[in-house]
Design a protein around this ligand. Structure first.
Ligand SMILES: Cc1cc2nc3c(=O)[nH]c(=O)nc-3n(C[C@H](O)[C@H](O)[C@H](O)COP(=O)(O)OP(=O)(O)OC[C@H]3O[C@@H](n4cnc5c(N)ncnc54)[C@H](O)[C@@H]3O)c2cc1C
Length: 452
Protein backbone atom coordinates (compact mmCIF):
# COMPACT_ATOMS: atom_id res chain seq x y z
CA UNK A 1 0.00 0.00 0.00
CA UNK A 2 2.21 2.81 -1.28
CA UNK A 3 1.71 6.42 -2.25
CA UNK A 4 2.35 6.72 -5.97
CA UNK A 5 1.97 9.67 -8.33
CA UNK A 6 -1.66 10.74 -8.59
CA UNK A 7 -2.47 9.63 -5.01
CA UNK A 8 -4.80 11.91 -3.05
CA UNK A 9 -4.14 12.75 0.59
CA UNK A 10 -6.64 14.45 2.91
CA UNK A 11 -5.36 16.29 5.98
CA UNK A 12 -8.12 17.02 8.49
CA UNK A 13 -7.19 20.04 10.62
CA UNK A 14 -4.80 22.85 9.75
CA UNK A 15 -3.16 23.62 13.09
CA UNK A 16 0.62 23.06 13.36
CA UNK A 17 0.30 19.26 13.03
CA UNK A 18 -1.88 19.49 9.91
CA UNK A 19 0.06 22.18 8.07
CA UNK A 20 3.41 20.58 8.90
CA UNK A 21 2.18 17.10 7.87
CA UNK A 22 1.09 18.52 4.51
CA UNK A 23 4.35 20.45 4.19
CA UNK A 24 6.66 17.51 4.93
CA UNK A 25 4.60 15.11 2.85
CA UNK A 26 4.78 17.35 -0.21
CA UNK A 27 8.44 18.13 0.37
CA UNK A 28 9.44 14.47 0.68
CA UNK A 29 7.20 13.40 -2.22
CA UNK A 30 8.82 16.03 -4.45
CA UNK A 31 12.28 14.78 -3.45
CA UNK A 32 11.30 11.21 -4.39
CA UNK A 33 9.58 12.21 -7.61
CA UNK A 34 6.01 11.41 -6.49
CA UNK A 35 3.25 13.83 -7.47
CA UNK A 36 0.63 14.01 -4.76
CA UNK A 37 -2.61 15.93 -4.38
CA UNK A 38 -2.84 17.13 -0.79
CA UNK A 39 -6.05 18.73 0.46
CA UNK A 40 -6.04 20.35 3.87
CA UNK A 41 -9.37 20.90 5.63
CA UNK A 42 -9.36 23.78 8.09
CA UNK A 43 -12.45 25.92 8.76
CA UNK A 44 -10.74 28.39 11.11
CA UNK A 45 -9.68 31.74 9.65
CA UNK A 46 -6.36 32.56 11.32
CA UNK A 47 -6.53 36.16 10.12
CA UNK A 48 -9.30 36.82 12.65
CA UNK A 49 -8.65 38.07 16.17
CA UNK A 50 -10.01 36.39 19.29
CA UNK A 51 -11.25 32.78 19.60
CA UNK A 52 -12.46 32.37 15.96
CA UNK A 53 -8.90 32.74 14.65
CA UNK A 54 -6.97 31.11 17.47
CA UNK A 55 -5.90 27.58 18.35
CA UNK A 56 -5.59 28.44 22.04
CA UNK A 57 -2.15 28.08 23.55
CA UNK A 58 0.61 29.87 25.44
CA UNK A 59 2.40 30.66 22.21
CA UNK A 60 5.98 29.92 23.23
CA UNK A 61 8.26 28.41 20.60
CA UNK A 62 11.01 26.29 22.11
CA UNK A 63 14.60 26.86 21.12
CA UNK A 64 14.92 23.21 20.02
CA UNK A 65 12.09 23.81 17.55
CA UNK A 66 13.66 27.07 16.34
CA UNK A 67 16.92 25.21 15.76
CA UNK A 68 15.24 22.29 13.97
CA UNK A 69 13.33 24.65 11.71
CA UNK A 70 16.42 26.71 10.95
CA UNK A 71 18.29 23.50 10.03
CA UNK A 72 15.50 22.70 7.53
CA UNK A 73 15.66 26.20 6.09
CA UNK A 74 12.36 27.22 7.74
CA UNK A 75 12.90 30.72 9.05
CA UNK A 76 10.14 32.44 10.98
CA UNK A 77 9.51 36.00 9.76
CA UNK A 78 10.19 38.75 12.29
CA UNK A 79 6.52 39.84 12.30
CA UNK A 80 5.60 36.52 13.93
CA UNK A 81 7.95 36.80 16.87
CA UNK A 82 6.68 39.16 19.52
CA UNK A 83 9.21 38.83 22.30
CA UNK A 84 12.50 36.98 22.63
CA UNK A 85 12.56 35.39 26.05
CA UNK A 86 16.01 34.96 27.55
CA UNK A 87 15.27 33.98 31.15
CA UNK A 88 12.75 32.59 33.58
CA UNK A 89 11.77 33.93 36.95
CA UNK A 90 10.46 31.31 39.33
CA UNK A 91 8.04 32.76 41.87
CA UNK A 92 6.99 30.85 44.96
CA UNK A 93 5.28 31.77 48.23
CA UNK A 94 8.81 31.87 49.71
CA UNK A 95 10.39 34.30 47.22
CA UNK A 96 11.62 34.19 43.67
CA UNK A 97 14.76 33.38 41.68
CA UNK A 98 15.76 34.24 38.12
CA UNK A 99 17.05 31.48 35.87
CA UNK A 100 19.29 32.38 32.98
CA UNK A 101 20.43 29.66 30.60
CA UNK A 102 24.07 28.71 30.66
CA UNK A 103 24.53 29.69 27.04
CA UNK A 104 23.49 33.28 26.38
CA UNK A 105 22.45 32.49 22.81
CA UNK A 106 19.61 30.29 24.07
CA UNK A 107 16.34 32.02 23.25
CA UNK A 108 12.70 31.18 22.99
CA UNK A 109 10.11 33.41 21.35
CA UNK A 110 6.46 34.18 21.92
CA UNK A 111 3.92 34.22 19.08
CA UNK A 112 0.18 34.59 18.50
CA UNK A 113 -1.47 31.52 16.99
CA UNK A 114 -4.20 33.62 15.32
CA UNK A 115 -4.31 37.36 14.58
CA UNK A 116 -4.18 38.26 18.27
CA UNK A 117 -6.55 38.61 21.23
CA UNK A 118 -10.13 39.74 21.03
CA UNK A 119 -10.19 43.53 21.07
CA UNK A 120 -6.91 43.82 19.16
CA UNK A 121 -8.93 44.85 16.07
CA UNK A 122 -8.56 48.47 17.18
CA UNK A 123 -4.81 48.15 16.55
CA UNK A 124 -5.23 47.21 12.86
CA UNK A 125 -3.07 47.11 10.81
CA UNK A 126 -1.81 44.62 13.36
CA UNK A 127 1.92 44.83 14.10
CA UNK A 128 2.18 41.03 14.25
CA UNK A 129 1.00 38.08 12.16
CA UNK A 130 -0.45 34.64 12.85
CA UNK A 131 1.84 31.66 13.44
CA UNK A 132 -0.75 29.10 12.29
CA UNK A 133 -1.47 31.14 9.15
CA UNK A 134 2.26 31.17 8.38
CA UNK A 135 2.50 27.36 8.62
CA UNK A 136 -0.61 26.99 6.48
CA UNK A 137 0.92 29.29 3.85
CA UNK A 138 4.11 27.21 3.93
CA UNK A 139 2.07 24.08 3.10
CA UNK A 140 0.18 25.95 0.38
CA UNK A 141 3.50 27.16 -0.97
CA UNK A 142 4.46 23.54 -1.67
CA UNK A 143 1.14 22.87 -3.40
CA UNK A 144 -1.34 21.91 -0.65
CA UNK A 145 -4.90 23.00 -1.38
CA UNK A 146 -6.65 24.62 1.57
CA UNK A 147 -10.34 23.69 1.86
CA UNK A 148 -11.82 26.15 4.41
CA UNK A 149 -14.52 23.76 5.57
CA UNK A 150 -15.24 21.50 8.57
CA UNK A 151 -15.21 17.73 8.06
CA UNK A 152 -18.36 16.11 9.45
CA UNK A 153 -18.03 12.42 8.63
CA UNK A 154 -15.48 9.87 7.45
CA UNK A 155 -16.31 6.58 5.78
CA UNK A 156 -14.36 3.66 4.41
CA UNK A 157 -14.93 2.62 0.81
CA UNK A 158 -15.07 -1.12 0.01
CA UNK A 159 -11.56 -0.84 -1.50
CA UNK A 160 -10.21 0.55 1.80
CA UNK A 161 -9.83 4.21 0.74
CA UNK A 162 -11.53 6.89 2.80
CA UNK A 163 -14.29 9.37 2.04
CA UNK A 164 -14.53 12.83 3.50
CA UNK A 165 -17.97 14.38 4.00
CA UNK A 166 -18.20 18.09 4.83
CA UNK A 167 -20.49 19.94 7.21
CA UNK A 168 -23.12 21.75 5.13
CA UNK A 169 -22.69 25.50 4.71
CA UNK A 170 -25.28 28.00 5.97
CA UNK A 171 -28.33 27.82 3.72
CA UNK A 172 -27.61 24.22 2.69
CA UNK A 173 -29.73 21.33 3.96
CA UNK A 174 -28.31 20.75 7.48
CA UNK A 175 -29.19 17.03 7.37
CA UNK A 176 -27.32 16.39 4.17
CA UNK A 177 -23.56 16.49 4.27
CA UNK A 178 -21.49 16.84 1.12
CA UNK A 179 -19.18 14.10 -0.10
CA UNK A 180 -16.00 16.00 -0.93
CA UNK A 181 -13.69 13.25 -2.08
CA UNK A 182 -12.10 9.83 -1.70
CA UNK A 183 -8.54 9.60 -0.34
CA UNK A 184 -5.65 7.14 -0.47
CA UNK A 185 -4.47 8.46 2.88
CA UNK A 186 -6.15 10.46 5.63
CA UNK A 187 -4.07 12.31 8.22
CA UNK A 188 -6.08 13.37 11.26
CA UNK A 189 -4.70 16.50 12.94
CA UNK A 190 -7.85 17.64 14.70
CA UNK A 191 -6.30 18.50 18.10
CA UNK A 192 -8.31 17.93 21.26
CA UNK A 193 -10.54 21.01 21.32
CA UNK A 194 -13.74 19.97 19.65
CA UNK A 195 -15.38 16.89 18.28
CA UNK A 196 -12.78 16.15 15.59
CA UNK A 197 -11.41 13.07 17.37
CA UNK A 198 -14.86 11.48 17.25
CA UNK A 199 -14.62 11.32 13.44
CA UNK A 200 -11.69 8.94 13.82
CA UNK A 201 -13.13 6.98 16.76
CA UNK A 202 -16.18 6.32 14.62
CA UNK A 203 -14.02 4.74 11.91
CA UNK A 204 -13.76 1.83 14.35
CA UNK A 205 -10.13 0.85 13.95
CA UNK A 206 -9.50 1.00 17.69
CA UNK A 207 -8.31 4.61 18.00
CA UNK A 208 -8.91 6.27 21.37
CA UNK A 209 -7.76 9.87 21.97
CA UNK A 210 -5.20 10.67 24.67
CA UNK A 211 -6.26 11.64 28.16
CA UNK A 212 -6.50 15.40 28.49
CA UNK A 213 -6.93 18.12 31.08
CA UNK A 214 -8.38 21.61 30.90
CA UNK A 215 -6.16 24.67 31.13
CA UNK A 216 -6.95 28.36 31.50
CA UNK A 217 -5.42 30.97 29.18
CA UNK A 218 -6.05 34.72 29.21
CA UNK A 219 -4.47 37.56 27.22
CA UNK A 220 -4.09 40.51 29.61
CA UNK A 221 -3.63 43.91 27.97
CA UNK A 222 -0.99 46.06 29.68
CA UNK A 223 0.53 48.03 26.80
CA UNK A 224 3.96 47.22 25.33
CA UNK A 225 5.91 49.58 27.55
CA UNK A 226 4.36 48.32 30.76
CA UNK A 227 4.85 44.68 29.65
CA UNK A 228 8.54 45.35 29.01
CA UNK A 229 8.94 47.24 32.30
CA UNK A 230 7.09 44.68 34.44
CA UNK A 231 7.98 41.36 32.84
CA UNK A 232 11.19 42.22 30.98
CA UNK A 233 12.37 39.51 28.60
CA UNK A 234 11.48 36.83 31.10
CA UNK A 235 8.77 34.25 31.40
CA UNK A 236 7.41 34.21 34.94
CA UNK A 237 6.51 30.84 36.44
CA UNK A 238 4.44 30.57 39.61
CA UNK A 239 4.52 27.57 41.94
CA UNK A 240 1.98 28.72 44.52
CA UNK A 241 0.03 26.90 47.16
CA UNK A 242 -3.37 27.56 45.56
CA UNK A 243 -5.75 24.58 45.62
CA UNK A 244 -6.40 23.21 42.14
CA UNK A 245 -3.39 24.76 40.41
CA UNK A 246 -0.31 22.91 39.22
CA UNK A 247 1.57 25.84 37.88
CA UNK A 248 0.88 29.22 36.30
CA UNK A 249 2.90 31.39 33.94
CA UNK A 250 2.95 34.95 32.62
CA UNK A 251 4.62 35.42 29.23
CA UNK A 252 5.38 38.81 27.64
CA UNK A 253 3.75 39.08 24.23
CA UNK A 254 3.88 42.54 22.66
CA UNK A 255 1.17 44.63 24.31
CA UNK A 256 -0.10 41.64 26.27
CA UNK A 257 0.89 39.33 29.07
CA UNK A 258 -0.33 35.81 28.41
CA UNK A 259 -1.53 34.15 31.58
CA UNK A 260 -1.62 30.34 31.63
CA UNK A 261 -2.89 28.18 34.41
CA UNK A 262 -2.57 24.41 34.54
CA UNK A 263 -4.07 22.06 37.06
CA UNK A 264 -6.87 19.62 37.56
CA UNK A 265 -10.18 21.28 36.77
CA UNK A 266 -8.86 24.85 36.75
CA UNK A 267 -11.59 27.43 36.29
CA UNK A 268 -12.20 31.16 36.51
CA UNK A 269 -12.30 31.15 40.32
CA UNK A 270 -8.85 29.52 40.54
CA UNK A 271 -7.54 31.91 37.84
CA UNK A 272 -8.76 34.94 39.82
CA UNK A 273 -7.26 33.61 43.04
CA UNK A 274 -3.89 33.12 41.37
CA UNK A 275 -4.05 36.57 39.71
CA UNK A 276 -4.76 38.15 43.09
CA UNK A 277 -1.92 36.39 44.90
CA UNK A 278 0.88 38.79 45.97
CA UNK A 279 3.47 37.02 43.75
CA UNK A 280 1.41 37.71 40.63
CA UNK A 281 0.02 41.10 41.66
CA UNK A 282 3.45 42.62 42.15
CA UNK A 283 4.14 42.14 38.44
CA UNK A 284 1.14 44.21 37.42
CA UNK A 285 1.09 48.01 37.45
CA UNK A 286 -0.17 49.57 40.68
CA UNK A 287 -3.96 49.73 40.80
CA UNK A 288 -4.20 47.46 37.75
CA UNK A 289 -7.36 45.34 37.80
CA UNK A 290 -7.80 42.08 35.92
CA UNK A 291 -10.14 42.92 33.01
CA UNK A 292 -13.68 41.71 33.70
CA UNK A 293 -13.77 39.78 30.45
CA UNK A 294 -10.28 39.37 29.05
CA UNK A 295 -9.81 37.30 25.89
CA UNK A 296 -9.63 33.89 27.49
CA UNK A 297 -10.19 30.23 26.76
CA UNK A 298 -10.11 26.83 28.43
CA UNK A 299 -8.30 24.58 25.97
CA UNK A 300 -7.56 20.92 26.49
CA UNK A 301 -4.00 19.79 27.02
CA UNK A 302 -2.71 16.33 26.12
CA UNK A 303 -1.55 14.43 29.23
CA UNK A 304 -1.49 10.80 28.11
CA UNK A 305 -0.77 8.46 25.22
CA UNK A 306 -3.32 7.67 22.50
CA UNK A 307 -4.51 4.15 21.69
CA UNK A 308 -3.93 2.84 18.15
CA UNK A 309 -3.51 6.18 16.31
CA UNK A 310 -3.17 4.49 12.91
CA UNK A 311 -4.65 1.85 10.62
CA UNK A 312 -4.55 1.14 6.89
CA UNK A 313 -4.61 4.53 5.07
CA UNK A 314 -5.29 6.55 8.21
CA UNK A 315 -3.01 8.10 10.84
CA UNK A 316 -3.38 10.69 13.60
CA UNK A 317 -0.75 13.33 14.33
CA UNK A 318 -0.32 16.13 16.90
CA UNK A 319 -2.34 16.70 20.05
CA UNK A 320 -4.92 14.06 19.11
CA UNK A 321 -2.09 11.47 19.13
CA UNK A 322 1.27 11.79 20.93
CA UNK A 323 2.55 15.11 22.23
CA UNK A 324 4.94 16.30 24.92
CA UNK A 325 3.67 16.63 28.46
CA UNK A 326 2.94 20.27 29.43
CA UNK A 327 5.40 21.81 26.97
CA UNK A 328 6.54 22.26 23.42
CA UNK A 329 3.33 20.90 21.85
CA UNK A 330 4.17 22.68 18.61
CA UNK A 331 7.66 21.14 18.61
CA UNK A 332 6.07 17.73 19.19
CA UNK A 333 3.65 18.33 16.28
CA UNK A 334 6.67 19.20 14.11
CA UNK A 335 8.52 15.97 15.00
CA UNK A 336 5.52 13.72 14.62
CA UNK A 337 4.39 15.34 11.35
CA UNK A 338 7.83 14.62 9.96
CA UNK A 339 7.84 11.01 11.22
CA UNK A 340 4.40 10.48 9.70
CA UNK A 341 5.33 11.98 6.32
CA UNK A 342 8.59 10.02 6.20
CA UNK A 343 6.73 6.75 6.87
CA UNK A 344 4.03 7.47 4.28
CA UNK A 345 6.50 8.40 1.53
CA UNK A 346 9.32 5.93 2.16
CA UNK A 347 7.49 2.87 3.56
CA UNK A 348 3.82 3.06 2.67
CA UNK A 349 0.44 3.81 4.21
CA UNK A 350 -0.72 0.47 5.61
CA UNK A 351 -1.29 -0.03 9.33
CA UNK A 352 1.84 -2.21 9.36
CA UNK A 353 3.88 0.59 7.76
CA UNK A 354 2.75 3.11 10.38
CA UNK A 355 3.41 0.57 13.15
CA UNK A 356 6.97 0.09 11.91
CA UNK A 357 7.79 3.68 10.95
CA UNK A 358 5.61 6.13 12.89
CA UNK A 359 4.58 4.30 16.07
CA UNK A 360 8.14 4.05 17.52
CA UNK A 361 8.37 7.86 17.43
CA UNK A 362 5.04 8.10 19.30
CA UNK A 363 6.15 5.52 21.83
CA UNK A 364 9.45 7.26 22.45
CA UNK A 365 7.59 10.49 23.23
CA UNK A 366 4.99 8.72 25.39
CA UNK A 367 7.72 6.95 27.38
CA UNK A 368 9.55 10.19 27.92
CA UNK A 369 6.32 11.76 29.19
CA UNK A 370 6.17 9.12 31.95
CA UNK A 371 9.35 10.63 33.36
CA UNK A 372 7.77 14.05 32.85
CA UNK A 373 4.83 12.99 35.03
CA UNK A 374 7.32 11.94 37.69
CA UNK A 375 9.13 15.30 37.52
CA UNK A 376 5.90 17.26 37.66
CA UNK A 377 4.63 15.18 40.59
CA UNK A 378 7.44 16.83 42.58
CA UNK A 379 5.73 20.19 42.19
CA UNK A 380 3.48 19.08 45.08
CA UNK A 381 6.56 18.89 47.33
CA UNK A 382 7.58 22.38 46.30
CA UNK A 383 4.15 23.93 46.56
CA UNK A 384 3.06 22.43 49.85
CA UNK A 385 6.33 22.15 51.80
CA UNK A 386 8.01 25.55 52.30
CA UNK A 387 11.47 24.15 53.29
CA UNK A 388 11.69 22.33 49.91
CA UNK A 389 10.82 25.56 48.09
CA UNK A 390 13.41 27.52 50.02
CA UNK A 391 16.07 24.87 49.41
CA UNK A 392 15.41 24.94 45.67
CA UNK A 393 15.52 28.75 45.53
CA UNK A 394 18.78 28.76 47.51
CA UNK A 395 20.48 26.34 45.11
CA UNK A 396 19.23 28.25 42.05
CA UNK A 397 20.51 31.54 43.47
CA UNK A 398 23.89 29.99 44.31
CA UNK A 399 24.20 28.58 40.81
CA UNK A 400 23.16 31.82 39.13
CA UNK A 401 25.60 33.94 41.09
CA UNK A 402 28.64 31.77 40.28
CA UNK A 403 29.61 32.27 36.65
CA UNK A 404 31.74 29.10 36.48
CA UNK A 405 29.03 26.86 37.96
CA UNK A 406 27.64 24.28 35.49
CA UNK A 407 24.19 25.36 36.77
CA UNK A 408 22.80 21.86 36.70
CA UNK A 409 19.54 22.57 38.54
CA UNK A 410 18.96 25.85 36.66
CA UNK A 411 19.54 24.21 33.29
CA UNK A 412 17.25 21.28 34.22
CA UNK A 413 14.52 23.77 35.17
CA UNK A 414 15.14 25.88 32.05
CA UNK A 415 14.66 22.80 29.88
CA UNK A 416 11.61 21.69 31.89
CA UNK A 417 9.87 25.00 31.24
CA UNK A 418 11.05 25.63 27.69
CA UNK A 419 10.70 22.10 26.39
CA UNK A 420 14.20 22.25 24.96
CA UNK A 421 15.26 18.78 26.09
CA UNK A 422 13.73 15.36 26.62
CA UNK A 423 12.48 14.59 30.13
CA UNK A 424 14.92 11.67 30.43
CA UNK A 425 17.78 14.06 29.82
CA UNK A 426 16.37 16.57 32.35
CA UNK A 427 15.80 13.77 34.85
CA UNK A 428 19.37 12.56 34.49
CA UNK A 429 20.71 16.07 35.13
CA UNK A 430 18.30 16.80 38.00
CA UNK A 431 19.29 13.57 39.74
CA UNK A 432 23.03 14.38 39.51
CA UNK A 433 24.68 13.66 42.90
CA UNK A 434 26.00 17.25 43.10
CA UNK A 435 22.47 18.68 42.83
CA UNK A 436 21.04 16.14 45.27
CA UNK A 437 23.79 16.95 47.77
CA UNK A 438 23.40 20.72 47.42
CA UNK A 439 19.62 20.45 47.76
CA UNK A 440 20.05 18.25 50.82
CA UNK A 441 22.36 20.78 52.50
CA UNK A 442 20.05 23.66 51.56
CA UNK A 443 17.09 21.71 52.94
CA UNK A 444 18.88 21.13 56.24
CA UNK A 445 19.62 24.85 56.43
CA UNK A 446 15.98 25.71 55.59
CA UNK A 447 14.70 23.29 58.25
CA UNK A 448 17.19 24.65 60.78
CA UNK A 449 16.31 28.29 60.16
CA UNK A 450 12.58 27.36 60.13
CA UNK A 451 12.84 25.62 63.52
CA UNK A 452 14.47 28.71 65.01
C1 LIG B 1 -2.86 26.10 27.90
C2 LIG B 1 -1.98 25.60 26.83
C3 LIG B 1 -0.78 26.23 26.60
C4 LIG B 1 0.08 25.75 25.61
N1 LIG B 1 1.23 26.43 25.39
C5 LIG B 1 2.08 26.00 24.44
C6 LIG B 1 3.28 26.71 24.17
O1 LIG B 1 3.55 27.75 24.75
N2 LIG B 1 4.12 26.22 23.22
C7 LIG B 1 3.84 25.07 22.53
O2 LIG B 1 4.67 24.65 21.71
N3 LIG B 1 2.69 24.39 22.75
C8 LIG B 1 1.80 24.83 23.66
N4 LIG B 1 0.62 24.17 23.87
C9 LIG B 1 0.33 22.98 23.08
C10 LIG B 1 -0.10 23.36 21.65
O3 LIG B 1 -1.16 24.28 21.71
C11 LIG B 1 -0.55 22.12 20.92
O4 LIG B 1 0.35 21.08 21.13
C12 LIG B 1 -0.67 22.36 19.41
O5 LIG B 1 -1.63 23.33 19.15
C13 LIG B 1 -1.05 21.07 18.72
O6 LIG B 1 -1.29 21.29 17.37
P1 LIG B 1 -2.35 20.42 16.58
O7 LIG B 1 -2.25 20.85 15.17
O8 LIG B 1 -2.19 18.99 16.93
O9 LIG B 1 -3.78 20.83 17.18
P2 LIG B 1 -4.52 22.22 17.16
O10 LIG B 1 -3.58 23.33 17.22
O11 LIG B 1 -5.58 22.12 18.20
O12 LIG B 1 -5.20 22.26 15.72
C14 LIG B 1 -6.28 21.42 15.38
C15 LIG B 1 -6.97 22.00 14.16
O13 LIG B 1 -7.91 21.06 13.68
C16 LIG B 1 -9.05 21.78 13.22
N5 LIG B 1 -10.20 20.87 13.23
C17 LIG B 1 -10.74 20.25 14.31
N6 LIG B 1 -11.80 19.51 13.93
C18 LIG B 1 -11.90 19.65 12.57
C19 LIG B 1 -12.80 19.14 11.59
N7 LIG B 1 -13.82 18.34 11.93
N8 LIG B 1 -12.61 19.50 10.29
C20 LIG B 1 -11.58 20.31 9.92
N9 LIG B 1 -10.71 20.84 10.83
C21 LIG B 1 -10.88 20.51 12.12
C22 LIG B 1 -9.18 22.92 14.22
O14 LIG B 1 -9.92 24.00 13.68
C23 LIG B 1 -7.72 23.29 14.49
O15 LIG B 1 -7.26 24.31 13.65
C24 LIG B 1 -0.27 24.62 24.85
C25 LIG B 1 -1.50 23.99 25.07
C26 LIG B 1 -2.35 24.48 26.04
C27 LIG B 1 -3.66 23.81 26.26
Amino acid sequence: MELTSGARVGVVGGGPAGSLSAYFLLDLARQTGIELTVELFEPRDFSLTGPPGCNMCGGVISESLMQKMAAEGIVLPKALMLDAIDSYVLHTDSGSAAIRPLHEEMRIVSIFRGAGPQGAESQRPLPWSSFDQHLLEMAKGLGARHVPRRVRRLEREPDGRLRIHLLPLKGENPDQDTLFGVYDLLIGCVGLNGSGVRLFEELDFGYRPPKSDRAWVAELYMGAEEVRRRLGNAMHIFLLDVPGMKFAALTPKGHYATFILLGEGVNEAVAREVCHSPAVRELFPEGWETPVRPCHCQPRINIGPPVQPFADRVVLVGDCASSRLYKDGIGAAYRMAKACALTAVTRGVSGADFRAGYWPACQEMDQDNRLGHLLFSMDGLLRHLPPFRRAMLTVIREEQSASADPRRLSSALWDTFTGSAAYRDIFRRAAHPVIVWRLFLALLRALWSGSR
